[in-house]
Design a protein around this ligand. Sequence first.
Ligand code: SF4
Ligand code: SF4
Length: 161
Amino acid sequence: MRLLSESRAIERLAEIRDEFRSDIRARFEHRAKPCSDCQTPGICCSDEHFVNVRVSRIEAAAIRKAVVRLADEVRSQVFDRLEKVDADAEFYSCPIYQPGTGCLIHKTAKPLPCIAHACYERKEDLPPDELLATRELEIEDLNRRVYGRSQPMTPIHAALR
Ligand code: SF4
Ligand code: SF4
């Protein structure tokens, strides 16, 4: 197994994310309800009974790097929201969701399940699970090459802590 530095793996992760996003946009997203028509924008990120996104160690590192680079005031708002999330919560309101702005890591470190998420009326229009699973295997390979072994997935709030 060829080892990799964390910073190189984060670069490769960005490529995987961009490829995945392009694929979702080109083949699936046009069949989903446009978020611009949403009556409850952002509820998919802020409803603590709904959000249970989990990320691997290298994704957590990319998210922390992206959050560190936010403007001081915005970053401190993220940490204010983080304080309100129960550390053991399986479902949670994502602290990275900024009301009025949206996902603060949309362009820099958005997890793949978030990229795949949209509101589809018909089940058959959804991106197939295998599309995400294949990309997650590539990310798992990055984790093994950087950290030497498979790593447990954590909720985003735990990744930020
Ligand atoms: S994904 Fe769905 S719930 Fe979330 S903002 Fe878009 S339309 Fe609204
Ligand atoms: S990472 Fe971004 S898209 Fe995903 S739940 Fe948090 S705010 Fe929403």
